[in-house]
Design a protein around this ligand. Structure first.
Ligand SMILES: [Zn+2]
Length: 107
């Protein structure tokens, strides 16, 4: 059975027995959402996401590019490839650097 995680998204069609899955496991999502592009999907259940944004420096009256990179957990019911646009939600820390989990893939 698929759980309602409280965000209006399309739920994955596949089912899994992953306990770190927000839809079929016991992981709850709270806090921030992070949307970014997949930079690396080489690890087994972890992906690397990057987001580019513009920051304004009032002193120089100019914009500078900034990058944010996070690691996110990928449950086994969601397939992700490099270059995909992915939405992740904050969860409890799964490992030292992973505290976000993939909830939706936007092509
Ligand atoms: Zn699942």
């Amino acid at each position: 059975m698929t759980r309602n995680i409280g965000i209006p998204i399309t739920v994955p069609k596949k089912e899994c027995t992953d306990k770190h899955c927000p839809f079929h496991g016991i992981l709850s999502i709270r806090g921030k959402l992070f949307e970014g592009k997949v930079v690396s999907a080489k690890a087994k259940n972890t992906i690397v996401l990057q987001k580019e944004s513009l920051v304004y420096f009032t002193k120089f009256k100019r914009y500078a590019r900034s990058k944010n990179t996070i690691h996110a957990y990928k449950p086994s019911c969601i397939d992700v490839e490099e270059g995909d646009l992915v939405l992740t939600g904050e969860c409890r820390p799964i490992s030292k650097s992973v505290s976000f989990v993939v909830v939706e893939v936007k092509k």
